[in-house]
Design a protein around this ligand. Structure first.
Ligand SMILES: [Zn+2]
Length: 383
C-alpha cells in the first residue's frame, strides 16, 4: 500500500499505460505425481514425502481442491523476482500483491505487448492476463487510481458497481463494540486509501451509508473523532487474570462484564446464535459412499486404518466378506478377527479423510497409521 501511494505521487506526464497483470498458474498433476514417484524410488517414507511436498507446494497440495489460487501466490513472488526486475530498470513501476501486479508502463502499447509475450513464453503453465486502464481510471484491489489533469496519479476507495453499502445494522443485537468496529474499519480504510482531494467526498459517502445502516449521528460523530485524532489509543493498564467468553444478551451482559472486571477477568461478547446455525445443512451427506481414508474399530480397542479409491462402503463389505469366507490373506481386518475371535464394529466406521487419487490415499493413510499408534495394520503394508 505504502509503495503504491509513493508511486501515485510521482508525475506521470510521460506515462502511457496503467495496467494489471494477473498470474495464472496451473500446477500440472503429472508434475506432483512424478515428484512423488521420484521420492518413492529413493525409499523415502510416505510421511516424509508428504512433508516435503507441503514445504514446496503448500499445505493443500494433496487436497482435491488444489487449484491455481493455492499455488499461485507462493510462486508469484519467486516468478516476479525472475522476470520483473529486468523491466523495472527501464523505468516501469511494478507493485505486486500476491498474484496481481500493478504496472505503470512508460514505453507504449507495443513494447508492453512484447514484454507480456516474453513473460508468457518462459513456461507454458505460467501465464499472465492483462487489464488496461479505461478513461484514465484503473481499479486495483480496493483502490481506484486515476490520472489527474496535472499529470499526477490520484487514489481513492474503489467499490464495485454492484456494491450494496450494506453493513452490520446499527439496530442489530450485537455488542456496541462490534458495531463500533464497522464504523472504525471503514473510516480507517478511507483515511488510508483516499488522497487529499477525494477524502471529503469519501467521508460524506460513509456518513450517508452509516445513516442508511441505522447508526445514530452521535455514534458516527464519535467514530469520526476517534478515526481522525492523532492521539494513540489509551493502553489498558489493568492486569487480567483471565478471559470470559459469554454470549451477548443486552444490558445484562454489561453488568456481568463489570462484575467480572472487578475480579480481573476480561469479557469477550460473542454474537448470539443465528437461525442458520441451528438448521441442518441442506447438502445431502454421502456417508460412507465416498473414496477416502477410513478407520474401523474393534471391540478390543484397536482399530484398522485403510484407504480405498472406490467407496468406503464397498471396501467395508469386502472386509466383512473376507471374515465370513475365512480369507485372512485378503484383509488385515479379517486376519485380526479370525486370529483373535474379536468382533469388528463395522457400524462405527469413520471417515478420516475424503480424498481420491492413488498417491493422495497412500500418503494420507500412512500419516493416519503413524498418528494412531493403536492399530492392527500389517507392517509395511499401506494399501
Ligand atoms: Zn481386536
Amino acid at each position: 500500500m505504502a509503495g503504491l501511494c509513493e508511486g501515485g505521487n510521482e508525475p506521470s506526464g510521460s506515462l502511457k499505460a496503467i495496467c494489471k497483470w494477473t498470474l495464472l498458474f496451473q500446477l500440472p498433476p503429472c508434475e506432483v505425481r512424478s515428484v512423488i514417484k521420484f521420492l518413492n524410488v529413493q525409499g523415502i517414507a510416505p510421511i516424509e514425502i508428504d512433508r516435503q511436498l507441503c514445504q514446496v507446494y503448500g499445505p493443500n497440495v494433496m487436497s482435491k481442491q488444489m487449484g491455481r489460487s493455492d499455488v499461485g501466490p507462493r510462486l508469484a513472488g519467486i516468478y516476479a523476482k525472475v522476470g520483473l526486475p529486468a523491466a523495472g530498470q527501464s523505468g516501469a513501476h511494478f507493485y505486486r500483491y500476491v498474484d496481481d501486479t500493478l504496472v505503470v508502463w512508460p514505453h507504449g502499447e507495443e513494447k508492453l505487448q512484447e514484454f507480456q509475450e516474453y513473460l508468457n513464453n518462459i513456461h507454458p503453465n505460467i501465464q499472465f492476463t492483462k487489464e488496461v486502464e479505461k478513461d484514465g481510471c484503473f481499479p486495483f484491489l480496493d483502490i481506484l487510481i486515476s490520472r489527474k489533469s496535472d499529470g499526477t496519479l490520484g487514489h481513492r476507495v474503489y467499490r464495485k458497481p454492484t456494491h450494496t453499502d450494506l453493513y452490520l445494522n446499527g439496530h442489530s443485537h450485537h455488542h456496541p463494540a462490534q458495531k463500533r468496529t464497522v464504523l472504525s474499519t471503514l473510516l480507517h480504510r478511507a483515511r488510508g486509501i483516499s488522497d487529499k482531494e477525494s477524502l471529503p467526498s469519501e467521508i460524506c459517502h460513509l456518513r450517508k451509508t452509516f445513516l442508511q445502516n441505522n447508526f445514530g449521528n452521535r455514534e458516527i460523530g464519535l467514530a469520526l473523532r476517534r478515526a481522525f485524532s492523532d492521539k494513540p489509543p489509551a493502553e489498558e493498564q489493568e492486569e487480567t487474570k483471565g478471559m470470559a467468553y459469554i454470549p451477548f444478551y443486552g444490558p445484562i451482559s454489561g453488568k456481568i462484564s463489570r462484575m467480572l472486571r472487578k475480579h480481573g477477568i476480561k469479557t469477550i461478547h460473542k454474537p448470539p446464535t443465528k437461525i442458520q446455525n441451528l438448521l441442518r445443512p441442506v447438502k445431502d451427506d454421502l456417508g460412507l459412499r465416498t473414496p477416502g481414508v477410513y478407520r474401523i474399530p474393534c471391540e478390543c480397542g484397536k482399530c484398522y486404518i485403510g484407504q480405498t479409491g472406490r467407496t468406503i462402503m464397498e471396501r467395508c463389505k469386502e472386509h466383512q466378506r473376507s471374515i465370513r469366507l475365512y480369507y485372512p490373506d485378503k484383509s488385515a481386518v479379517a486376519q485380526h478377527s479370525l486370529e483373535t475371535g474379536h468382533k469388528i464394529d463395522f457400524s462405527a466406521t469413520t471417515i478420516l479423510d475424503k480424498t481420491s487419487g492413488y498417491w493422495d490415499l497412500v500418503i494420507k493413510e500412512a500419516i493416519e497409521i503413524q498418528l494412531d499408534g493403536n492399530n492392527f495394520n500389517r507392517d509395511g503394508v499401506y494399501s
